[in-house]
Ligand binder design. Sequence first.
Ligand SMILES: Cc1ncc(COP(=O)(O)O)c(C=O)c1O
Length: 370
Amino acid sequence: MRFEEFQLERNQSLFENEVDYNLSESGVHPLKISEILTSEEQEQVLDTELFYGYTNGTPQLRKRVIDMYDQNLSLDNVLITSGSAEANFLSIMTQLERGDEIIYMVPNYLQIYHLARSFGIDVKTLPIRQEIGWQWDPDELKTIVSSNTKMIVVCNPNNPTGAIMKNEVMDRVIEIAEDLDCWILSDEVYRGAELNGVECRSFAGATNKTIVNAGLSKAYSLPGLRIGWTVGSKAYIDKAWSFHDFTVINVSYLSDWIASRILTEERRRKILDRTKDHLNHNLDLLCDWAADLPSITLSRPEAAAITFAKINLEMSSEEFVFDLRDHHSVLLTAGKWHGLEGYVRFGYGTPTDYVESALKRVKSFLSDKK
Ligand SMILES: Cc1ncc(COP(=O)(O)O)c(C=O)c1O
């Protein structure tokens, strides 16, 4: 089977550890174990026997996850996965077949886009539009769906724009999906990283055929735990779980152990407050930096450690990123890899002094382009 290249991840994988400054990350700088566990828990870690554990995730962790959603969910509505990447993979593998059609939001992370196309699924892209605040126009959605549409796929908050879907747009998406009796798949891995500190509305429980995927890599600053989850009906979860037998069997016992302890409401809030403070601080800095730069126009995100900047230069997004990478050793991601040419994505979740030093290099790169 031939897979399309996942350009975004491939470019990050190849260069993120080679450059002096990696601003291609979309999450917040990782926390240390010593910052998230009490000293007693750290002691317990040393004494932990490394079982396989529960292949669908421990009941403790699944309980923590369902408590994050304002819905009547039970433990049977959650499967713990190896990152939200695995959750997305399972959703596509279990619900779609060759020849099915999906509606896919762009710009986006494009994992599902490449994966679905590689499996012979017809992916119809529908852009969110900057002129309406990076939102979908629901009337456009209505005209693009067909009786063959099996799934509407969104990323909310959105990567790469950091936009949050408006309530009225969500309502229309749900209504359209219900009319078609099709799936909604909402990738919500950036939920919890809202700049105003208010967790946005989730699609969880919107319809019987709604799947929500998320995890701890972004808002929670814990990508190295590789903890994600998929939330949906029991029938869907049973199917995804049996597929998970083939992908990874289960997540690391230690990751599940740590996640179940740190996701109590109080501790979870503390992590998200840290995220909010850090992002607001760095975003102000980034906006000040960009204010007098004619060569790029930043779009202010509502969530996530990323901003999508319009390039006002005669060069493609890849030329911009490769030139900056090769001559100034700073890595960004190209709009093309997100499905929208003419933009580059800046990640600003790293420590403030790191972001500042990287931006100095970007400025010097841009001054050469005048
Ligand atoms: C929208 C989106 N979904 C999923 C992922 C995968 O994240 P993880 O597997 O670390 O949870 C990413 C990573 O950047 C992402 O941006």
